[in-house]
Design a protein around this ligand. Structure first.
Ligand SMILES: Nc1ncnc2c1ncn2[C@@H]1O[C@H](COP(=O)(O)OP(=O)(O)OP(=O)(O)O)[C@@H](O)[C@H]1O
Ligand SMILES: [Mg+2]
Length: 290
């Protein structure tokens, strides 16, 4: 991991330890798999569970949390540097008390900060610590080398994929890259747009097995989200789907996934399909004895 990311991670780790603010990056390999919708609706569900959440749109090209909310942010992170204003002044308020920082073009400057700007960012970032339980980064499609600093610096990553082979292959590539740079990164996977619970579970298990087999790392199954026309409907209405209707399949899945996440229900069984025997077999095969 390069120096800049290591530096950022030290800050994030320090703040996570001292103030219990957890920084989570929502990432994917392939674009358009549902990261922004999941980041937004997961944030809203965390809020429903009495957590304080800041959603930080790190999409360098075209930030879209704004669009999903049907709001228009007055300021972005660039203004914080250019006008030397406090980070609190660029935080916008969305529905249900959601705090968010809008993305947008020009964000790439943020990723090439000089040391003075970095120091200013950290000072501002620290001031958020007592206010939030979770800071969630929505990373844009095809994370650039720059936005990867933020991913690698996060306390954990949530990888979003769909069951399509191309999406799974790209998710694997992303996981491999993150783990290569940051072997102790906790990784959770959400299988979005699953046609059925069984289809989602099978796809997730396959991905877990491939990651375990080739990288010897256990990733956690975070949840399965159904393919549901209510997502597209909510996007067009510019209202987050959990707020538009909390009885739809997708809203119920998001609610359950958040409850499981908060209860740590999945942490004990990181990789269900890989039993002791399977693991032993894999190790033997790897050593050429199998
Ligand atoms: N569970 C789902 N069911 C049905 N459609 C979905 C679902 N999740 C996402 N979509 C569709 O995919 C579109 C893209 O979603 P979203 O913008 O959240 O993806 P993204 O991964 O953030 O994209 P990008 O990589 O461009 O940032 C949505 O507008 C919606 O039409
Ligand atoms: Mg997005």
């Amino acid at each position: 991991m390069n120096d800049q990311a290591a530096n950022l991670r030290r800050h994030f780790d320090k703040t996570a330890k001292s103030n219990r603010t957890k920084t989570i990056s929502i990432i994917s390999g392939k674009g358009g798999v549902g990261k922004s919708n999941i980041a937004l609706n997961f944030s809203l569900e965390l809020i429903k569970n009495d957590k304080k959440v800041l959603l930080f749109d790190l999409d360098v090209g075209m930030g879209n949390i704004d669009i999903l909310l049907g709001l228009h942010a007055k300021r972005t992170i660039i203004d914080m540097f250019q006008e030397q204003i406090s980070i609190h002044d660029i935080i916008e308020t969305g529905p249900n008390g959601l705090s968010y920082i809008a993305g947008g073009s020009g964000l790439n400057h943020f990723f090439t900060m000089n040391s003075r700007e970095q120091a200013y960012f950290f000072e501002q970032y620290y001031s958020l610590m007592k206010l939030y339980d979770y800071i969630i980064f929505d990373i844009g499609a095809g994370a650039t080398a720059d936005s990867l600093f933020f991913v690698l610096a996060s306390n954990e990553c949530i990888v979003v994929t769909t069951p399509e082979p191309t999406s799974i292959t790209d998710a694997y590539g992303m996981i491999k890259h993150v783990l290569h740079e940051q072997p102790d990164m906790p990784i959770r996977v959400i299988m979005n747009r699953s046609i059925s619970q069984m289809d989602g579970t099978k796809s997730l298990e396959r991905l877990q097995q491939v990651v375990f087999r080739f990288l010897q790392i256990e990733i956690e199954m975070m949840g399965i989200i159904p393919d549901d026309a209510n997502v597209s409907h909510a996007v067009r209405r510019q209202v987050p789907f959990v707020l538009l209707n909390d009885k739809t399949a997708v809203s119920k899945a998001m609610k359950q996934l958040t409850i499981n996440y908060l209860s740590g229900a999945n942490s004990g069984n990181k990789i269900t399909p890989v039993s002791f025997v399977q693991r032993l077999k894999q190790l033997l095969t790897a050593r050429g004895n199998g």
